[in-house]
Design a protein around this ligand. Structure first.
Ligand code: GLU
Length: 467
């Protein structure tokens, strides 16, 4: 049997990390077993399901490198099929029309509450003869759910979970406006898409019992289920805005690399020995559902930042440069052109050692494209005293005379100059760094000068010394 999983998000306008993790697990499970990973957009709520909301999902999955098989299925296009299944259930005697009015249902709930029972549909129309139906009155179609016995789900993460059937009522399959309910649509779609494993958040566990009843009523095989514990905030409370980023786009904007986010989300709730940093290939090779834990995970932003730093240092310089440039294009104090791109690429080996995320990396790289005159931090200004400027004038003469501008040439020149003036190397490097970057931190001074190039170095020094 070929394993087929699916990710079935509702397009709400953001891709929450809980959902992103479900997508990742479905993807890894399918790839590990040589199966297929499908995408279904649950867009039956037409108001919320805008093209933008759908694009957020596509973009998020692509960004995470979770490529899906086959064309995505849009649930809204399958309404006719959902209705046909309800019709089939009616014909099998597994479903019935319910003519209860909203008031009657409210009364039913009220009564149950007063009697301290859970508010469930009481089966008013379950066994009534259709001839008693009020003429032309609106109706819903409900599943004739089993009333005795129990339903057991052999969950691949949670183990066997059992519910007494008497605790469940006759769920609605088709609303009075003729639209299928979510519970029904999911079952029909999973069945028709030949889904073998449904891996999703454990907030869906109660739905699963109800969905199992629909499968049984249709005589369909159930897929295997795996319900993933939810991701909580660092304090154990429900993850919310106050904890930090929650959606894939927020993490991306904060400068998290997709491989770091995936690596982190995988480790959050799944383990394989001590393995911490795992490439996509290793993830696919090692992932299986038996490594998924049963307790809720706590989001650890510090650990994510650490993992991001690791992946940043491993990342390709050109790719990081492109990302930094796209972030720099948003700034008006920075000029982004080929020359600047070239400088940043040259600086990247030094820059990426010092940054934890792409925002920091961009911040640290920005000096390479800053328009003149620079603005100086107060720390940098301390090095631009008269004495500092004298040093700058002196060293700029030497640098100007260099026939080539490699880090080695520059290093040699700075050292010779320091020796000649009886200064420490730092006494030259600091005013230089201040004049060239506006700050007191940058990659190695030789690399910094070399990356900026002779003309730019001269221009920046001149703009400080005034000559
Ligand atoms: N559309 C549902 C959601 O976004 C998921 C349904 C499922 O995975 O079965 O929560």
């Amino acid at each position: 049997m070929k394993i087929r999983t699916r990710f079935a998000p509702s397009p709400t306008g953001l891709l929450h990390i809980g959902n992103a993790r479900a997508a990742l697990f479905n993807y890894l499970f399918a790839r590990h077993h040589g199966g297929e990973f499908l995408l279904r957009i649950e867009d039956t709520d037409r108001e919320r399901s805008t093209q933008h909301a759908v694009d957020v999902i596509f973009d998020g999955l692509k960004w995470m490198g979770l490529d899906w098989d086959e064309e995505p299925v849009f649930q809204s296009t399958r309404q006719k099929r959902h209705e046909d299944v309800v019709q089939a259930l009616l014909e099998k005697g597994q479903a019935y029309r319910c003519y209860c009015t909203a008031e009657e249902l409210a009364e039913m709930r009220e009564k149950a509450r007063a009697e301290k029972r859970p508010p469930r549909y009481d089966g008013t129309w379950r066994d009534r003869d259709p001839s008693e139906a009020p003429k032309d009155a609106p109706y819903t179609i409900r599943l004739k759910a089993p009333q005795t016995g129990e339903t057991i789900i052999h969950d691949l993460v949670q183990g066997d979970v059992t519910v007494a059937n008497e605790e469940m009522d006759d769920l609605i399959l088709l609303r009075s406006d003729g639209t299928p309910t979510y519970l029904l649509a999911v079952v029909v779609d999973d069945h028709d898409m030949d889904i073998t494993h449904v891996i999703r958040g454990d907030d869906h566990l109660t739905n699963t019992f109800r969905q199992a009843m629909i499968y049984r009523a249709m005589g369909w095989n159930l897929p295997q289920f795996a319900h993933l514990p939810l991701i909580h905030g660092p304090d154990g409370a429900k993850l919310s805005k106050r904890h930090g980023a929650q959606s894939v786009v927020e993490f991306r904007d904060e400068g998290i690399l997709p491989e770091a986010l995936c690596n982190y989300l995988l480790r959050l709730g799944w383990g394989h020995g001590d393995a911490e940093i795992l490439s996509r290939e290793e993830q696919i090779r090692l992932f299986d559902l038996d490594g998924v834990g049963q307790s809720p995970s706590r989001m650890d932003y510090v650990k994510l930042a650490h993992i991001n730093g690791v992946w940043l240092r491993r990342a390709d310089d050109k790719r990081l440069t492109d990302d930094v440039l796209s972030r720099l294009r948003e700034r008006d104090d920075v000029e982004v052109n080929d020359e600047v791109a070239h400088r940043i690429l040259a600086l990247m080996p030094g820059l990426k050692e010092r940054a934890k995320n792409l925002v920091e990396l961009t911040e640290n790289a920005a000096f390479a494209g800053l328009k003149l005159p620079l603005r100086f931090t107060s720390k940098a200004e301390k090095f631009l005293t008269d004495e500092g400027k004298d040093i700058l004038r002196g060293i700029s003469e030497k640098l100007a005379a260099l026939p080539s501008f490699t880090p080695e040439d520059i290093d040699r020149t700075l050292r010779a100059f320091a020796e000649e003036k009886d200064l420490k190397l730092g006494a030259i490097a600091q005013p230089l760094r201040a004049a060239l970057t506006g700050t007191t931190t940058s990659p190695g001074i030789d690399l910094t000068l070399s990356a900026l190039g002779k003309d730019e170095v001269m221009a920046r020094i001149r703009s400080v010394t005034g000559q």
